[in-house]
Design a protein around this ligand. Structure first.
Ligand SMILES: Cc1ncc(C[n+]2csc(CCOP(=O)(O)OP(=O)(O)O)c2C)c(N)n1
Ligand SMILES: [Mg+2]
Length: 598
């Protein structure tokens, strides 16, 4: 944005912010306008940074989240004050709980009106305090009160978002500061600063101790989480696993860090895990946990009889994580290491080759795992072939896997699509599955897929979502159409918040407030999501038979058009083999009511 009469050596803050972001390599900013941030938008008009305009700030936040998961760098979200910032909050919190780096820049009221209740000020407990709304889920929330400090705050914001355990930060800027004139030199002096910090590794002595313990163990096991994906330590993990021949179980967020067809992958643990996997984690004498929080669902609410029995009478735990607070949180730990997983695994690989040049040999291990995985797959085989319509969810997944390129990116949402995918859907390329794990936000997947597509336009991007989840953010279709982001959204439509309906039915014997009105004829069922898609300028298809699903999907992938495929699905709950302690909703007769494969 140009302005007359700017003093020599100075420029508008908004221009300077945009120049700074360009120098950092930022290519896209997700957001929505308001009077507090149009100064920045106007500066962006002259920039090569593309502004991705959305119809709701939650959409911007989820899209920015998906984008950051694919690029591995902090994404940027530009928000208006109060209602804009609170609309974005769900998406920012979702990113926070999955450790996704993001820099949120928000406009605020003019600083000279703090506390006077100017338009849209949040001031019930402190003047100009909207930034405090973000405190519980950002790594830091800055309110910029002095224009001259903004350059270094922005620099710190990116470093903080991307280092240690990554996560979102908030830079809250009174709108007058966006329009202030500021010394260019204050920005220039940041040029020499490193933009990426070297990460902590493990020392050789500890690495040797870890390899020695694992080598001497009878039934060692690796337990990997989303931290491996955040560190992009895929190749290093694979080398370690292949050399040490140790079977690998994973958490929900660890899905796909090793390809599901790797011979030593056991699958997911916990409530939605496989019985065989839970049996292996229980039987392990030494467990090396890598980048995992040992979260509730992955650990069957930490009941020792289901998934992990770690402690004096059970397994011994070694845990490596970038965040010290994750270590020892839920299980006693024999060896704890704070390190970046890529760096640590490099050292572990070197040390393991020195100590065991031939590697560990475990005859028959891969064959035993293959037999168990095949046996599990066979329990679903009939449903995968079923011609039933509404479709069996297992058939939807099987047809999708067959039609989807190996390196396509898949976003899940919350519901059958998340639990079933984590349990039954093979992921072949690391980093190609994006799941809302920590916050489990219904409505994440569809906009996150747009962010993923913008970050990786050469990849096929599929969003698998329930009808409840899709209904949260349908306005994301406007952005997909405007950006020509040809995502394929597959709505697994059981006309219900089915996961919760199933839980309510099992424990209270009814469904109330968890299902939607059902039309007499399937074609009269509302909402007609395919029609909604077309109304937004995307393509939309309503599948009418099981046989019609795969051709519709293949046509959508080939079309290069953003396409919604609405497919009616039977509400057949995902089988569970672990445990989840939500005992307070269990029926008075004490019937645990989980759908179990036992
Ligand atoms: C924003 C939000 N609200 C509520 C929930 C609780 N919840 C978890 S699963 C679910 C149902 C999801 O329904 P749908 O997307 O149709 O998938 P389905 O369970 O039917 O497969 C709900 C409401 C949530 N996770 N997120
Ligand atoms: Mg549903």
């Amino acid at each position: 944005m140009a302005k007359d009469n700017i003093a020599p050596g100075k420029d508008l803050m908004s221009n300077q912010i945009v120049r700074y972001l360009e120098r950092r390599g930022v290519e896209h900013i997700f957001g929505l306008c308001g009077h507090t941030n149009i100064a920045v938008l106007s500066s962006l008009a002259n920039s090569k940074i593309r502004f991705i305009n959305v119809r709701h700030e939650q959409i911007a936040a989820h899209a920015a989240d998906g984008y950051a998961r694919v690029t591995g760098k902090a994404s940027v979200l530009l928000s208006h004050l109060s209602p804009g910032l609170t609309n974005a909050a769900t998406g920012v919190a979702n990113a926070a709980l999955d450790c996704i780096p993001m820099v949120v820049i928000a406009g605020d009221i003019p600083s000279y009106y703090y506390g006077k209740h100017p338009h849209q000020e949040v001031n019930l407990h402190a003047d100009a305090s909207q930034y405090e709304i973000y405190r519980p889920f950002v790594k830091r929330a800055w309110r910029v009160d002095t224009p001259e400090l903004l350059p270094e705050i922005l620099e710190k914001a990116f470093l903080l978002a991307e280092s240690g355990q990554p996560g979102p930060v908030l830079v809250n800027v009174p709108m007058d500061i966006f329009s202030a004139e500021i010394d260019v030199a204050l920005w220039d002096r940041l040029n020499g600063n490193t933009k990426a910090l070297a990460k902590p590794s493990i020392d050789d002595e500890t690495a040797r101790e870890i390899v020695a313990r694992l080598a001497a163990a009878t039934s060692p096991l690796l337990y990997v989480g989303g931290g491996v994906a955040l560190a992009r330590a895929y190749g290093e993990l694979r080398d370690f696993v292949d050399h040490m021949q140790i079977p690998v179980a994973h958490s929900l967020m660890g899905k796909g860090v090793l390809p599901d067809d790797h011979p030593l992958v056991l699958g997911m643990t916990g409530f939605w895990g496989m019985k065989f996997t839970n049996a292996q984690t229980l039987a392990a004498d030494w467990i090396l946990g890598l980048g995992t929080r040992f979260k509730e669902a992955d650990c069957s609410s930490w009941y020792p009889e289901y998934t992990f029995n770690i402690g004096e009478d059970g397994s011994k735990l070694i845990h490596i994580d970038i965040e010290p607070q994750e270590i020892g949180r839920n299980y006693p730990t024999e060896i704890g290491v704070v390190a970046d997983l890529k760096a640590a695994l490099k050292v572990l690989n070197r040390v393991a080759r020195e100590m065991l040049p031939e590697g560990r040999k475990v005859p028959g291990l891969a064959e035993r795992i293959a037999a168990e995985r095949t046996a599990f797959a066979e329990t679903n085989a009939e449903m995968q072939r079923s011609d039933a319509f509404p479709m069996m969810p297992e058939r939807i997944l099987a047809d999708l896997r067959a039609a989807m390129p190996r390196d396509a990116i898949l976003t899940s949402d919350v519901g059958w699509n998340k639990n079933g995918v984590a349990q039954q859907f093979d992921i072949y390329e690391p980093g190609t599955i994006l799941i809302p794990g920590g916050f489990a936000t219904m409505g994440f997947g569809p906009p996150a897929a747009i962010g993923a597509k913008i970050a990786a336009p050469e990849r096929v991007v599929i969003s698998l979502v329930g009808d409840g989840g899709f209904g949260q953010n349908p306005a994301m279709l406007a952005t997909a159409a405007a950006e020509n982001a040809p995502v394929v959204w597959i709505i697994m439509n059981n006309n219900a918040y089915g996961t919760i309906a199933g839980l309510q039915k099992a424990n209270y014997g009814l469904t109330h407030g968890t299902t939607f009105p059902r039309a007499a004829e399937p074609e009269e069922q509302t909402p007609d999501y395919a029609m909604i898609a077309r109304a937004y300028g995307c393509d939309g298809v309503r599948v009418t038979s099981a046989a019609g699903f795969r051709p519709a999907l293949e046509a959508a992938i080939a079309s290069g058009r953003p396409t919604v495929i609405d497919v009616a699905m039977i509400n057949n709950p995902t089988p569970t083999s672990g445990h989840w302690n939500i005992l307070d909703i269990y029926s008075p007769d004490g019937n645990a009511g989980h759908v179990s494969t036992d």
